[in-house]
Design a protein around this ligand. Structure first.
Ligand code: MRU
Length: 361
C-alpha cells in the first residue's frame, strides 16, 4: 500500500539489509530502521516495533536468514529458532515461519544456507502478500452482497490493526475493504481504538487516512451501541491463531464484539490466512497461551503533546495495579465465516478440513 503516494511494505530487503517501519512511533512519525542481527529481530518482535501475526512471522523468517549469513551452523539454526520463538507466545505465525525456515534449511549444507534462507524469507513475504490479496477478493464478495441488498453505504467495524502494517502488505481484515473501495463500493469503517495499546487509533486509523478511506474512530465500548442501532453492517477482524475447530484468538476485546454482533444479528467475519491456523489445537479457550503484557500499558497512555513530542502519561492513581491479557478467544459458534485465501468457510472442523485437506491433521 502507499504512504503519501509511495508504495511501501511493512518489511523489506534493501541495500543489503532488512528494513522495517518502527510502528511504535506511528502515526506521529514514520521511522524506518534496519534490523542487523538476531538480537535486533528478537527485540523488534518482543517490544512490538513490528506486530500483527503475519508480520511477526515474516520478521522471524528474515531474522533466521540474517543469522544464517552470520553463522549457518546447525547449533545456530536451533538456537535462533528458540530465541525468536520465545519473543511472543500467542500468534502462531511465529512458530509457522520458524518451522518453515527450519524445514527448508536443515537438510542443506551449511555453506548454502545463507542464500537459501534469504530466498525463502523473501518468498514467505511474497506469499503473505498474495494470501492477503486473495482474502480481499473473497471478502469483497461479502461486501458486494451487502451493498446490493442495502443499496447504500456499507458500514464495517474492525478491531485492533489487521491492516497492511500487521502483515507484509494489504492486511487481512482490511484487504476486503481496500478491494471494495477499488470496486467502487461506498464503504465506511468504524475503527475500534483497541485499548490498551490503541492499535486501532494509532495504526488502523493511520492506514485509513493514508488510503483515503471514510472512517470514524470509536472507543472500544461503542461497538455494541452502534450495532444495536443498525449502524454496523458487518464486522471483520483478524486473528493471531485459529484452532482446527474454528475458535478465533485475536486482540483483547474481539470476543465482546462477537457477542454484541451475535445479539444484534450482525455478521461477524474473520480474515484468516492459512499460516494462522493451528491444526494442533481444538479448544481455543483452554489451549491457546494468552500473552500477559506489562500493567504499564493499562495504567499509562502514549500520545502526542502540543509541542509535537510523543510522550506517555499515567491515567490511574498511584498504587493501582492492572491486569493486561493481550488476546482473547471468540468461540467458533459466534463466527459467521472464515475468509481464507481459498474462499470462505464455516468456523467448524469439517468445513475447515474440507477447505484445507492438505494442511488439516
Ligand atoms: O498485539 P498485536 O498488535 O501484535 O496484535 C495484533 C492483532 O491482534 C491482529 O488483529 C492480528 O494479529 C491479526 S493481524 C492480520
Amino acid at each position: 500500500m502507499k504512504i503519501n503516494g509511495t508504495p511501501f511494505r511493512s518489511i523489506w530487503f534493501e541495500e543489503g539489509e532488512v528494513r522495517i517501519i518502527d510502528q511504535r512511533w506511528l502515526p506521529h512519525e514514520l521511522r524506518i530502521v534496519p534490523l542487523r542481527d538476531r538480537a535486533d529481530f528478537a527485540t523488534a518482535i518482543r517490544d512490538m516495533w513490528v506486530r500483527g501475526a503475519p508480520l511477526i512471522g515474516a520478521t522471524a523468517a528474515w531474522g533466521m536468514a540474517v543469522q544464517m549469513a552470520q553463522d549457518p551452523s546447525d547449533a545456530s539454526l536451533a538456537e535462533t529458532w528458540e530465541v525468536l520463538h520465545e519473543t511472543r507466545p500467542t500468534a502462531i505465525n511465529l512458530r509457522w515461519a520458524l518451522n518453515e525456515m527450519k524445514r527448508h534449511l536443515s537438510p542443506l549444507p551449511a555453506a548454502t544456507r545463507a542464500a537459501a534462507a534469504a530466498q525463502r524469507a523473501a518468498e514467505i513475504c511474497d506469499e503473505d502478500v498474495e494470501i492477503n490479496r486473495r482474502i480481499g477478493l473473497h471478502g469483497l464478495e461479502v461486501i458486494r452482497q451487502i451493498a446490493a441488498r442495502k443499496q447504500g453505504r456499507v458500514n464495517i467495524l474492525t478491531h485492533c490493526n489487521a491492516g497492511w502494517l500487521a502483515t507484509v502488505d494489504w492486511g487481512t481484515a482490511t484487504s476486503p475493504i481496500y478491494h471494495a473501495i477499488e470496486d467502487g463500493i461506498d464503504v465506511h469503517v468504524f475503527v475500534d481504538e483497541t485499548r490498551p495499546r490503541n492499535q486501532g487509533a494509532l495504526l488502523t486509523a493511520c492506514e485509513m487516512n493514508w488510503h483515503g478511506v471514510s472512517h470514524d474512530l470509536i472507543v472500544d465500548n461503542a461497538g455494541g451501541h452502534l450495532m444495536q442501532h443498525g449502524e454496523v453492517d458487518m464486522v471483520i477482524v483478524g486473528t493471531d491463531r485459529t484452532t482446527a475447530q474454528g475458535d478465533v484468538c485475536n486482540k483483547i476485546g474481539t470476543y465482546l464484539k462477537a457477542l454484541a454482533a451475535k445479539a444484534n444479528g450482525v455478521p461477524f467475519y474473520v480474515a484468516l490466512p492459512s499460516p494462522t491456523i493451528d491444526w494442533t489445537v481444538r479448544d481455543g479457550v483452554k489451549e491457546i497461551p494468552i500473552e500477559e503484557r506489562s500493567p504499564a500499558e493499562v495504567t499509562h497512555v502514549q500520545g502526542k503533546a502540543p509541542d509535537g513530542t510523543v510522550l506517555s502519561v499515567q491515567i490511574s492513581p498511584d498504587g493501582t495495579g492492572a491486569r493486561n491479557p493481550a488476546f482473547d478467544v471468540t468461540p467458533a459458534a459466534l463466527v459467521t465465516g472464515l475468509i481464507t485465501e481459498r474462499g470462505i468457510c464455516a468456523a467448524d472442523p469439517a468445513a475447515m478440513a474440507a477447505m484445507f485437506p492438505d494442511l488439516a491433521r
